[in-house]
Design a protein around this ligand. Sequence first.
Ligand code: NAD
Length: 448
Amino acid sequence: MTDRYQTFTRTPLGQTLVKNLGLPDPAPLPRWTEGAPVIDGPVVFGAIGETDTGKAIQALLHDIGASFSTAAEGVASSEIRPKALVFDATGASSTVDLSSLQRFFSPVIRQLAPAGRVIVVGRTPELSSSTDQHVAQRALEGFTRSLGKEVKRGATVNLVYVAPDAHEQLDSTLRFFLSPKSAYVDGQVARVGTGPLVSNDPSRPLAGRTALVTGAARGIGAAIADTLARDGATVVGVDVPQNADALRKVISRIGGTELLLDVTAVDAAQRIAAHAQERHGGLDIVVHNAGITRDRRLVNMRTDAWDAVLDVNLRAPERITKHLVESGALRDGGSIIGVSSMAGIAGNNGQTNYATSKAGVIGMVQALAPVLAERHIRINAVAPGFIETEMTAKVPFTIREVGRRINSLQQGGLPIDVAETIAWFADPASAGVTGNVVRVCGQSMLGA
Ligand code: NAD
């Protein structure tokens, strides 16, 4: 689906109207393309003192071949347009240290390149070594969420909290947030903990892995299947028999296997496990993407509409997860990814059933993350905002237009944006990333 308003704003007449009438000005958001570097411009790095996290960040910038400087003042008085500003705030031990944020960012923020990246790295507040540090680290959320609303031209601002001794786990997360793969992830907080150190080829991080994707026939699910296959995974695509042709197209393009079933069927979990074990020897990644809406205000909600949404969006993922974990079809070290929704965070008029199911997906992540950690299985979820798909094409025009514009990037996201976030979660090198719910919403004003 194309965003005609955005196309119009790129014309000379559109730009004039945008400027004179103060209309939304959605900037083009470049997406990652095969062979492109992680970041295609200079990076400015700042820090509060010297820390292990700072050293790990600089080592990564070196590894990805980024040209980076630590002299923000020098950059401020030059013509340099940094593509990213990365600030290590883990050294903030009390609120006195928060002054460093303003000192570092104020002079350089204006020079951030279009579609630039701001990443602040902090210490996980709950794991701070003192109450003073906890307060200072928690304060970073307010800073990054506000700066996300201030930066323009498609730039994003995100915060990464890292647990003590987890600095070596940061690579896959920083690569994601630095690159165009995170184009529509804005104003978010990601948490990285400790875990086994996995080093893999960042261009094929899922090589040798098998991934289950439900609802893979179209929309976001098809983009997830494509993206996980691009990253080296063999994909098992699941969808309902009515979408057999569309599913076949996706699977024949990426070379995986297909399984036609309704995820709510009583034997769905057993059939998935049997297929995965017989055809692929098991699974490493499970993406619960299949989802439906049956919108009605509660006063008019029919029992079948309520049940159908809860069954597909929440009970099926619960049941399938349980069976795959208990049967061992999902191997130790695996990764489960739920697809929640902004409605599950903010609530939405006419979506009590949908929002209940999607908030339940967040509950699944929170409840299971510590339990599954014993087997090094990780569980995370994405919560998409307004994504341009067949599902949102059906939304009435005015509601659709509002949905597209009420976020910091003033546009809808694309299925690939959700898929890239899922690929970051699925990456074995993200071994320290579990229990996260990351919104892919362009920093929507709803439920922020
Ligand atoms: P879509 O309707 O375009 O695709 C959903 C796919 O799931 C379809 O191929 C469908 O056949 C399949 N499916 C539905 N019920 C199934 C069942 N019982 N068994 C097997 N397959 C089934 O939807 P989409 O927009 O691509 O959304 C994908 C996911 O993202 C959903 O979970 C949705 O709730 C979530 N989401 C979407 C948006 C958005 O803006 N599009 C926003 C937030 C969350």
